[in-house]
Write a protein that binds this ligand. Structure first.
Ligand code: KIV
Length: 297
């Protein structure tokens, strides 16, 4: 038996309980090593389907397959020991019916060991959210700009900039909360609307381009690190990791080309500590002594 108490992982109910308390901190993560680095600082990590665009070069999140989410979800769960890991259900894996959604969400939970799933959509997904939650699957909802609907939205457009859009978005927020979602992402939404929704519903709102009034914030990790070539207005770059990587790679290329890398400290000596060379040297010096002796006599 291990003498160390296992680290307690944050759960979906822990996140819900944070409503109105200290802001909830979250980031996306797609790999074990970035998950391990972020783990001590965040409450949850989202394996977002944005990985299709960020890591795999797709133009949108629409083509992302379920299997890809599972592979990355597993990696993040292995890397993060404390944070709740939420995995996105990709486009086409849940919209058809609550039963299809359950089958795919259960597969994600079993194969990644994550603690919750996220899906996009408000009132239209309420029945599915209820169905999953009733069957043991914590669901984070996602409303406002929902990138999987890019083809019907006609682009990555900020939501709720005119007041005539507010009632429908507010109905979405209330529907997902009533259906049992443990939290809801508000993406690219006019600040006064995000503030109104945060006051109106009993579950935490997690903002991305939705103002500091939300109960928590999320950003795509590569965007806030300064690794993405283009970022939306709502992103603050907290680092210039792209510049650091460029500097390191150009120094490496330069040292390889000028044969300064690898240096002696990066190479291996032979394992017997030079015994073969030493014994060769010993026998040749013995031969020399013998020759010298025979000359002298
Ligand atoms: O896929 C994703 O990264 C997301 C966040 C932007 C919330 O859904």
């Amino acid at each position: 038996m291990s003498s160390q108490a296992p680290v307690k992982r944050v759960t979906a109910p822990d996140i819900t309980a944070r409503k109105g308390a200290e802001p909830i901190v979250s980031l996306t993560s797609y790999h074990a090593h970035t998950a391990a680095i972020a783990d001590p600082y965040v409450d949850f990590l989202l394996v977002g389907d944005s990985l299709g665009m960020v890591m795999h070069g797709y133009e949108t999140t629409v083509p992302v397959p379920l299997e890809l989410m599972i592979v990355h979800g597993r990696a993040v769960v292995r890397g993060a020991k404390r944070a709740l890991v939420v995995v996105d259900l990709p486009f086409g894996s849940y919209e058809e019916s609550p039963q299809v959604a359950f089958r795919n969400a259960a597969r994600v939970m079993k194969e990644t060991d994550c603690g919750a799933v996220k899906l996009e959509g408000g009132a239209r997904m309420a029945e599915t959210i209820h169905y999953l939650v009733e069957r043991g699957i914590p669901v984070m909802a996602h409303i406002g700009l929902t990138p999987q609907s890019i083809n019907t939205l006609g682009g990555f457009k900020t939501q709720g900039r005119t007041k005539d859009q507010w009632a429908a978005i507010e109905a979405d927020a209330k529907a997902v909360a009533d259906a049992g979602a443990f939290a809801v992402v508000l993406e690219a939404m006019a600040a006064p609307l995000a503030e109104r929704l945060t006051r109106a519903i009993p579950i935490p709102t997690i903002g991305i381009g939705a103002s500091a009034a939300c109960d928590g914030q999320i950003l795509v990790m590569e965007d806030m690190l300064g690794l993405s070539p283009r970022v939306p207005k709502f992103v603050k770059e907290f680092g210039r990791v792209g510049e650091v990587i460029k500097g390191a790679i150009s120094a490496y290329a330069d040292e390889v080309r000028t044969r300064r890398f690898p240096a002696a400290e990066h190479t291996y000596a032979i394992k017997d500590g030079g015994a073969a060379t030493k014994s060769k040297a010993r026998s040749s010096s013995a031969r020399a002594t013998k020759r010298a002796k025979s000359k002298a006599t």
